[in-house]
Design a protein around this ligand. Structure first.
Ligand code: NAD
Length: 310
């Protein structure tokens, strides 16, 4: 396993990171024992970066991850979040940020997290995120309950502009660098690199669009993006290669992201995503994929408050 430093922090994270949202049934009901096996297998094979949030499964993912990590906490770098608690349930107040950590620590069965992130900042009032939520997360850091502070979300410009006003240690961006889209590299990467902010690239499978199973019901991409994704899946199938393998390789190769965070709840997915490490994509196939994706390349959907969207 290759590890990369997360920005200027002392956290060295595996380039394959474990996204725990599926442990909260976000992609359908899971078998809990299988989720535990997936976590065990990941840790035994060098995956040390784990990302979760109270929102995933409305606290279920934190609870299940906490149970799965018993006795193994010291082997991993653990990131959780605050401020998002339901589909439409947000609270970016300082009070909630300071309370939320204790609830998360209890569920995760630990006394600190390595990274405490303000979740989906585009749903918040920009001034409140800057003036309340992030400073409150810094207070949590000073208390020793979190080692570093980060922000997460979809709109890249807001992530960049907020971090320019109030320093953060890491930024998690999702669905902005994978086979369908690479604008993370244009909009956020220059700022992050210049300022030593760690970058985490989440959703390398474009929230399951780039898998044979296809996107979940709730996937927000418009139809033409979904159709282009389906064509990529078909092309890979016709060449006898796994689309998820191609998609994972594409992200592992992106050196500016410390970790590629993929959601997993099955041991076989952990095995498969590990197997791809250190292997190379076929350049001709990548060129064909780029052609299929071209009509929708770098297109994204809107989330959050209108004024916060890219
Ligand atoms: P993803 O693109 O990682 O897709 C996950 C889905 O793909 C799951 O259904 C999983 O079972 C499936 N999968 C994984 N490996 C596979 C394989 N080899 N073959 C076939 N299917 C496979 O999307 P995601 O889970 O949303 O993103 C990854 C993680 O990043 C999340 O779990 C979460 O921790 C984090 N994330 C954070 C935010 C945020 O903070 N705003 C947003 C999105 C994601």
């Amino acid at each position: 396993m290759e590890y990369r430093q997360l920005g200027k922090t002392d956290l060295n994270v595996s380039i394959l990171g474990y996204g725990a949202s599926p442990l909260g049934n976000e992609f359908g009901e899971i078998e809990v024992a299988e989720g535990q096996r997936a976590v065990d297998f990941a840790i035994d094979h060098g995956i040390n970066y784990f990302d979760v949030a109270p929102y995933y499964g409305r606290t279920l993912a934190e609870e299940r991850l906490g149970a799965a990590l018993e006795g193994k906490r010291d082997k991993i770098v653990l990131a959780t979040k605050c401020c998002r608690y339901d589909f439409d349930g947000f609270d970016f107040s300082a009070k909630r940020v300071e309370e939320s950590i204790d609830e998360s620590l209890q569920r995760l069965k630990t006394d600190y997290v390595d990274l405490y992130q303000i979740h989906d900042i585009e749903f918040g009032d920009r001034r409140q995120v800057i003036e309340e939520a992030i400073p409150a997360a810094r207070k949590v850091q000073q208390s020793g309950k979190a080692r570093y502070v980060g922000i997460t979300g979809l709109p890249l410009k807001m992530l960049r502009d907020v971090a320019a006003e109030v320093p953060v240690d890491a930024i998690l961006s999702y669905a902005r660098y994978n086979l369908m889209i690479t604008d993370l590299d244009d909009i956020l990467r220059p700022f992050a690199v210049e300022n030593g902010i760690g970058l985490i690239n989440a959703s390398p499978l474009h929230l399951r669009l780039l898998t044979e199973k296809g996107p979940p019901e709730w996937h927000s991409a418009p139809d033409d993006i979904k159709e282009a994704g389906a064509k990529v899946v078909e092309l890979c199938k016709s060449r006898g290669v796994s689309v998820s393998d191609v998609a994972m390789r594409f992200c592992y190769e992106y050196q500016h992201a410390a970790s590629t965070l993929v959601g997993m709840s099955k041991q076989r997915h952990v095995e498969q995503n590990l197997r791809v490490l250190g292997t190379e994509n076929d350049a001709e196939l990548l060129a064909e994929i780029a052609e299929l994706v071209a009509p929708v390349k770098d297109r994204i959907w809107g989330t959050g408050r209108v004024e916060n969207q890219d």
